[in-house]
Design a protein around this ligand. Structure first.
Ligand code: PGA
Length: 252
């Protein structure tokens, strides 16, 4: 059986002091639930990564973004080499806010995932359709394109250990979570798209998470579904109490 995964994406929230406070409240539990096959991760800002990495031995540290080059004239960017130096070896790629506000495309996501493979980082690749695409019935078409273009050229071994998060853009930060049925179908579809191209064994190994207005009250509905391996959570991951509640509800 696959382990379950719960990752909190803090976006541009929390100072170093707030990060330390969160870790003090959550780390022990995060360490303990590993025995129950739940992996807990947090993606803080770059500034908070070193302190999280240092203090939180029960929490997997994710960067929210990474550049595809090793170094160079890319003002404001961070490369995997820099992350590696502080002991971070996992990153989100292609979050819808990166796609929307920072012009990330499937092509740049693909470059980033290739760099993550080169540095042996764990990748959490985000995909999801906009409200307009959803209303026009284009969800599967969009998801298929994002998935296949994003992972193009990666080795089958690397694809097998990838995590993909289905996050419909219309459900992120809106309180309008996708129904369990939609989330289940699209998470299943993501595995199916990978199985079709790379073989069922690979499709079965890829982890597929749901994200979009997940909170303590609804997390269980998603994570109990056999097509969904866990959750990527924004708003509800910011308060330690709500994060701990999600861990409890998920394992209940
Ligand atoms: P939300 O964000 O849980 O606040 O909807 C999810 C995400 O952006 O990953």
């Amino acid at each position: 059986m696959k382990r379950k995964i719960l990752v909190g994406n803090w976006k541009m929230n929390k100072t170093i002091a707030e990060t330390i406070d969160f870790v003090n409240k959550v780390n022990e539990k995060a360490l303990k639930v590993r025995e129950e096959e739940l992996i807990v991760g947090i993606a803080p800002s770059f500034l908070c990564l070193p302190v999280l990495r240092k203090l939180a031995n029960g929490i997997v540290c994710f960067a929210q973004n990474v550049h595809f080059a090793d170094n160079g004239a890319y003002t404001g960017e961070i490369s995997p080499l820099m992350l590696q130096e502080i002991g971070v070896n996992a990153s989100l790629v292609g979050h819808s806010e990166r796609r929307q506000y920072f012009n990330e495309t499937n092509e740049t996501c693909n470059k980033k995932l290739k760099t993550l493979e080169k540095y042996n980082f764990n990748g959490l690749y985000c995909v999801g359709e906009t409200l307009k695409e959803y209303e026009e019935g284009l969800t599967k078409e969009v998801i298929k394109k994002q998935v296949l273009e994003g992972i193009e050229g990666l080795s089958v071994e690397y694809i097998s250990r990838l995590t993909i998060a289905y996050e419909p853009v219309w459900s992120i930060g809106t309180g309008k979570n996708a129904s369990k049925e939609i989330a289940s179908e699209i998470c299943w579809y993501i595995s199916e798209v990978i199985s079709e191209k790379y073989g069922k064994e690979v499709g079965d190994l890829v982890y597929v998470l749901y994200g979009g207005s997940v909170k303590p009250e609804n997390i269980k509905d998603y994570v109990n579904d056999s097509n969904i391996d866990g959750a990527l959570v924004g708003g509800a991951s910011l308060k330690a109490e709500s994060f701990l509640q999600m861990i409890d509800n998920l394992l209940e």
